[in-house]
Each structure stands twice: as C-alpha cells, then as structure tokens.
Design a protein around this ligand. Structure first.
Ligand code: TRP
Length: 329
C-alpha cells in the first residue's frame, strides 16, 4: 500500500473531463492506497480571494468531490488550512529552497506573465508549499497531470536536500502515480483538445440542464460523411467519445452505424447526447446541492479529515524538529 497525497485547487468546478479523469482515479486509489486528498486553500491565497469567495469555493469543491464519489471513510479528506503543521514544514523547507531555482519554474514564469501586478512571494514559493503538502505525510506517490510534473520534481528535490543535509533517509522521494492505459480523456466541445483546457469547452457536473443542452447543440461538427466508412473527423470523434461514457451501448451503436452509412444527422446526435449528459449529471448535481445544504455533514467530514491528517502531520513535524536540532530547554 502506497501513501498518496493530492491537492485540489478550490477554484474551478468539476467538469466531465475531471470526472472521468482525475476523480475516477481518486476513487480507484482510495480503495487500494492510504490516500490524503485535500483542498489547497492556502495555495489559493496567491490570487487574493475575498473571505466570502474563499469559503464559498472551498465548500463548493468539497461538496462536488463528495458527490462525485470521494469517500471520507476510505481516504483522508481534509482542508489544507486545517493543518497548521503544513505551514511549519513550509517555513522549514523555505530555508533550503533557493530563489534562483524557484524563479526558474515554468509555473512561476507563467504567473509572472499572467499577473505582473501581483508577483507575491507566495507565488514564488508555491512549489515549496506543495512539497510540504506531500512530504508532510511521507507520501510516495502523487497523482499529477503534466502541468504539475515540475512541481513534483521540486518536491523530490526538497525531500532529497533535507535528507542529505541531515544525513538521514527520512523523507521518501515522491514520484508520479502512473495510471498507464486506464486514463480516459474526455475531449472538449470545441472541436479539438481536452475538456477544460480552454474556456467554454467544458460541461460541468453542477451545470443546469438547459445550459448543458445549449452547449452540446453548439458543439463543433463537420459537414458530414460523404463516403461509406470514411474516416471520422476529430470534432465528431469527440462527440462519440463523450457518448461512449454517458450513453448506452445501443445508442452509441445506433449513431455509429448511421455515420457509417452516411445517414447521420448531427442535430439528432447532439440532441441524444445532450439528454444523456443531462441524465448522467443531474443526480450528481442534486447530490452536490444536498451536500452543500447539509452543514452538519460538511463540518463532520472536515473535522474527521483534519483529525486523521494531523495524526501523520504531527508525527512528521515532531521528527523533523528533532532532526533539525530544536530542543526543549
Ligand atoms: N498545484 C496543484 C494544482 O494546481 C494543487 C496542489 C497543491 C497539489 N498541493 C499539492 C497537488 C500536493 C498534488 C500534491 O493542481
């Protein structure tokens, strides 16, 4: 059994791409491993949210992940800011994180370009906080997408540096969780690319039926097949890929055959797809709403997660303080 840690950004609602990708993998991992999943609300302060926005988005994301199937009994599900230990480890790791290497990370350079008026130190040390999140629980595996690989590389570097400095094999070096072939990629509705990559190509679990219908009806298509069994263009492949996940095998077969015989009407395909997506997401949306209104449940989940997470966090901090040489008088 591996110890797995993953942070969830509190901004951005879950879309179908996340659902069939990251969330499905979280659900699988929680059966097999010792998982720590947390909402990275400290990290989100780099963009200066208002107190109301901060709380609202943490609550929304927590409710969405619970509704999507994260089980607080199976994994340790917590809010980052409920662990003061993470800020202590962050402080300690900062002493051995060099400004030069932090300035060279791609995500920092991207942020500097995107928000030149808010280049704060939290942004610079973002990878240090992320490393603290991970090694605080001595995680060996971290499920990360391509965009987070460099941050994970930094976490390995900081863990290694600590071990080396104190001449101990204390922290394991966390490696990416490899899903191999199991990764399902949900495309967007704009013809090419993954869902969620660009604005407006996503369908959200929390989205209302009419809004979903509108988006699907507006999805990019092509001018239609003209020859029997001709190769399917990317926008149409994408619609079929989503259909494969949300529709019945019969529906998928029906439209596949209509396509092959050049009788397909994209309007019909989209209407069916829209209804199947709505039927798929509606129960999850209702669950999200129910969970959000159940303050007692949310508070129980957060409290339980904090207690479990702090157990391992406190043990690490105690060891680390000893290793560094802090001694009580
Ligand atoms: N940086 C991650 C993201 O943007 C979120 C995150 C914070 C994280 N701490 C983490 C992910 C620790 C994995 C492990 O998605």
């Amino acid at each position: 059994m591996e110890t797995v840690v993953s942070g969830i950004r509190p901004t951005g609602n879950l879309h179908l791409g996340n659902y069939f990708g990251a969330v499905k993998n979280f659900i699988k991992m929680q059966q097999e491993h010792n998982c720590y999943f947390f909402i990275a609300d400290y990290h989100s302060l780099t963009t200066h949210p208002t107190p109301a926005d901060l709380h609202g988005s943490v609550k929304q994301v927590l409710a969405e992940y619970l509704a999507a199937g994260l089980d607080p009994e199976k994994s340790t599900l917590f809010i980052q800011s409920d662990l003061p230990e993470v800020s202590e480890l962050y402080l300690l790791l900062n002493m051995n994180a060099y400004v030069g290497e932090l300035e060279r990370t791609t995500s920092f350079k991207d942020k500097v370009r995107a928000q030149p008026d808010n280049v704060n130190a939290g942004l610079l040390t973002y990878p240090v906080l992320m490393a603290a999140d991970i090694i605080l629980h001595k995680a060996s595996k971290v499920p990360v997408g391509k965009d987070q690989e460099q941050n994970l590389e930094m976490a390995r570097k900081f863990a290694r540096r600590f071990n080396h400095m104190y001449n101990q094999e204390y922290f394991p070096e966390p490696v990416p969780f490899n899903f191999g072939e199991q990764l399902i990629k949900i495309p967007g509705l704009d013809g090419s690319g993954k869902m969620g990559k660009s604005e407006g190509n996503g369908i959200f679990l929390y989205e209302e039926a009419d809004s979903i219908r509108k988006k699907v009806m507006r999805a990019v298509t092509d001018s239609g097949p003209t020859a029997m069994n001709q190769e399917v263009s990317e926008p149409i492949q994408n619609l079929f890929a989503i259909m494969k996940q949300v529709s019945t095998p019969d529906t998928l077969l029906y439209f596949t055959e209509k396509y092959a015989s050049c009788e397909i009407r994209y309007g019909d395909l989209k209407k069916q797809l829209a209804e199947d997506i709505v039927n798929f997401t509606a129960p999850i949306r209702e669950k999200i709403i129910a969970i959000k209104s159940d303050e007692a449940y949310l508070s129980k989940v957060a409290r339980m997660g904090a207690i479990k997470a702090r157990e391992s966090a406190q043990k690490t901090i105690k060891d680390v303080r000893e290793i560094i040489g802090f001694k009580a008088f």
